[in-house]
Write a protein that binds this ligand. Structure first.
Ligand code: SAM
Length: 453
């Protein structure tokens, strides 16, 4: 059976509506980042209004033609580009500040960003992605969003399961899948569809879920999601999971307008012909609490902590006076990171990012990391030296292109540069020039939509 026949069999009478929706353009969205402040204020920064996404308060549907990834406020982590249906699984996990959260299949990081925002800086997020190149993008995205309490790992789920038995309050398994729900966005993937691929994906999904089960605390919650339609990868995987673990039960997923209950009452289905978004499946599981069973806590961090140099302390006092010098600092070579509170031991794991990247402590001088500028809250004049510009100011364009530009001759030393109050990186003021410290990989080339008009 080809893909079209499989969809016809799945949807029955609704198939023509689905087919018509597939001829329309894919829906694009953005999600405001609550770590950057109040939603009403963030939304007021943009000159266009997006329609709200009913299942995600921070989500907006992008009006056609807006290239929101090319604006300076994107570089400042004020929002993240995310397709509306993809916003649903992380919302359903209902993360609370202070919890231990695992995002097991996390790159490029849209859902990790949501989970980190729900933690509000308290607790721990481990964002895992086994494909190293993708894990690096994940780390970069979390840094842009200003997340400070995340550790990015690049491990196989089974390896993590050995290290973190019963450790997490919340786990998201946004599994690799056959991607049928994304064919409108990615038509080439449709050509690659093969009948047998669903079963192969299901096998891998069940293995990932098994590792996640081992890491879920009694009383904890897990959300499983895919962006595919096949019942083999969705309801059947969920049913097999329930059959294998008597202490797992389904949590009902509230249905928003346009959502459909999954087959057999398992989870929820989002279809492009029923709502403004692409295809998605999600289901939520609760692990039964065990009275009297002691929680197994891994040992606290065993890493050798770095004592910040005088140069680093001076840098913090001058450039970020509102931010105390971090206490739990580790270094890889000269690159230093502040560990999140309650970071577990990380030895033996493939770590891409162990916490907030601070910069290079070279004893005689300190070079701040880009992520440190992005981690700071929106500007107030008490927060230290900052060059604040409007989005359409030429300095912002120069900065994002990696160029130096003129500033007042009276300024000296490290300054954050900000757009509309939101830092986008560091410059060093030297004799009336702002030396550009935007990492090369983040510089914009080609057309830049730097004006909102
Ligand atoms: C659907 S994507 C995740 C999207 C991500 N959650 C987001 O919101 O940006 C699935 C991810 O799982 C990763 N992956 C592949 N095999 C995996 C495995 N065995 N265990 C965990 N993740 C895996 C893929 O590389 C891919 O990045």
């Amino acid at each position: 059976m080809g893909f079209d026949d499989a969809m016809r069999a799945l949807l029955g009478e609704a198939y023509p509506a689905y087919e018509e929706a597939m001829r329309a353009p894919a829906v694009k969205g953005l999600r405001f980042n609550p770590l950057r402040g109040d939603l009403v204020k963030l939304e007021a920064l943009l000159p266009w209004q997006g329609q709200p996404v009913p299942w995600c308060p921070e989500g907006r549907i992008l009006p056609e033609g807006i290239r929101a990834g090319r604006y300076a406020l994107h570089a400042a982590g004020v929002y993240y580009l995310q397709e509306p249906s993809a916003m649903a699984p992380a919302v359903q996990l209902k993360v609370q500040p202070g919890q231990r959260v695992l995002d097991l299949c996390a790159a490029p990081g849209g859902k990790s960003g949501q989970l980190a925002a729900a933690l509000q800086g308290e607790g721990l997020l481990i964002a895992n992605e086994p494909v190293m190149s993708r894990a690096r993008v994940l780390a970069e995205n979390l840094q842009r969003l200003g997340v400070e309490n995340a550790i990015v790992t690049a491990e196989k789920p089974q390896m993590l399961a050995r290290r973190f038995p019963g450790y997490f309050d919340r786990i998201l398994v946004d599994a690799p899948c056959s991607g049928e729900g994304m064919f409108r966005r990615n038509p080439d993937a449709r050509q690659e569809w093969q009948e047998g691929s669903n079963a192969g994906c299901a096998l891998r999904q069940s293995e990932i879920l098994e590792a996640a089960y081992q890491m879920l605390k009694p009383g904890g919650k897990l959300v499983y999601s895919t962006c595919t339609f096949s019942t083999i990868e969705n309801e059947q995987v969920c049913q097999a999971y329930l059959d294998a673990h008597a202490d797992l039960s389904l949590e009902e997923v509230p249905l928003f307008p346009g959502w459909e209950m999954g087959f057999g009452g398992v989870g929820a289905r989002l279809y492009p012909h029923r709502l403004q978004g692409e295809g998605q499946f999600l289901a939520a599981f609760i692990k039964a609490d065990k009275d009297g069973e002691e929680e197994r806590e891994p040992d606290k961090i065993k890493a050798v902590l770095h004592k910040p140099s005088r140069a680093m302390a001076d840098f913090f006092a001058a450039a970020l006076p509102m931010r105390p010098l971090p206490e739990r600092v580790i270094c890889w070579g000269r690159q230093c990171f502040a560990l999140p509170q309650d970071a577990p031991p990380l030895d033996g794991l493939k770590i891409v990012l162990p916490g907030l990247q601070l910069g290079e402590d070279r004893e005689r001088y300190f070079i701040p990391a880009h992520a440190l500028a992005l981690a700071t809250a929106p500007f107030t004049s008490a927060q230290g030296p900052l060059l604040n510009y409007a989005a359409e100011d030429a300095e912002i364009l120069h900065y994002l292109r990696g160029e130096t530009f003129s500033i007042s001759k009276e300024l000296e030393g490290w300054h954050r540069i900000a757009v509309q109050g939101f830092p986008i990186g560091w410059v060093k003021a030297v004799q009336g020039r702002a030396q550009n410290h935007l990492p090369k990989g983040l510089r914009l080339t080609g057309e830049i939509a730097w004006r909102y008009a």
